[in-house]
Unconditional design. Structure first.
Length: 296
């Protein structure tokens, strides 16, 4: 499986880094060689990063937390949306609003505002407004949908964040670090690996390479969901079997109890087992005895 994945990644050009003049020295452990003016990324380190990230995401999702996929650059937008929808998680593909994590309560209030405007649009209240007011409200709906539609169902802070291009998504990584949220990122040779918890060195400008990596991470999230359902089934209380109630034993005449003493129920059962249809026995007439006659 690892060989096949490595072959797919190499065919997608995952090993091509940026120019030598743009590199970050902290990415040196992830660079295999230099070809002309371009750094070549070590594909083994890429595979290792994918495996570590998959394990991390599976554990986080199995504990009941959510994952947010973040990729606002043009090469990663469609891949981020497809991966998040594939595993039923949240995503940010247009713009990361400042305070989306650290000021999460305000983000939730904006989503409530969106639901209110959509309700007005459905029941015809929006059309009843003036033309200028209706145009302003429709523009507000489009703006909120563009920025927050991917996190619409996120009712609490996520358990992990996956980013594509750590340099571009520095705001998301800073907020996650401030709140102690684990992060995994696809990093090119010009990024800083210290900004993420799990680094996946790869060519973040290759659309196909980003798709392959995010699909692997989405599969790990799906596995974590199955682990959650399995734990819930194990935690369900099993129905108890009704125990037969013990029959009280009779006490002996001397006040002690013994196992050889018949119980009340056993005596009742024996009494019911006796035939009740037998006719009563006829009593034979007593012979009359001659009374001695008195002499005259």
């Amino acid at each position: 499986m690892a060989k096949q994945l490595a072959r797919e990644l190499i065919n997608a050009g995952v090993h091509f880094g940026h120019g030598v003049s743009r590199w970050n020295p902290k990415m040196a452990p992830y660079i295999f060689a230099k070809r002309g003016t371009i750094h070549i990324i070590d594909v083994k380190k890429t595979l290792m990063g994918i495996l570590v990230a998959k394990k991390l995401l599976a554990e986080i999702v199995s504990s009941g937390s959510d994952v947010v996929f973040v990729g606002t650059k043009r090469q990663a937008q469609k891949a981020v949306e497809a991966a998040a929808e594939r595993c039923g998680m949240h995503y940010v593909s247009e713009r990361w609003l400042g305070g989306m994590l650290t000021n999460f309560r305000t983000v939730r209030s904006r989503l409530q505002r969106l639901e209110q405007l959509e309700a007005m649009e459905q029941d015809g209240t929006l059309e009843a407004e003036s033309k200028k007011q209706a145009s302003r409200l429709k523009r507000e709906i489009r703006k909120i949908r563009t920025n927050l539609d991917g996190v619409r169902k996120m009712s609490r802070l996520p358990g992990a964040i996956v980013v594509v291009d750590a340099r571009k998504e520095y705001l998301a990584l800073r907020e996650a670090a401030k709140l102690g949220i684990p992060t995994a990122g696809v990093l090119d040779t010009d990024s800083d690996p210290d900004t993420v918890d799990v680094a996946i060195p790869a060519n973040d400008d290759s659309i196909r390479a980003v798709e392959i990596i995010l699909n692997e991470l989405a599969d790990a999230v799906a596995i974590g969901k199955t682990m959650v359902s399995a734990r819930q089934q194990e935690a369900e209380p099993r129905p108890r079997r009704a125990r037969a109630s013990r029959r009280p034993t009779l006490a002996r005449a001397d006040g002690s109890t013994g196992t050889a003493v018949a119980t009340m129920d056993e005596q009742t059962a024996e009494a019911e087992a006796e035939p009740t249809t037998s006719e009563p026995e006829e009593t034979a007439p007593q012979p009359e005895t001659d009374q001695p006659s008195s002499g005259t």
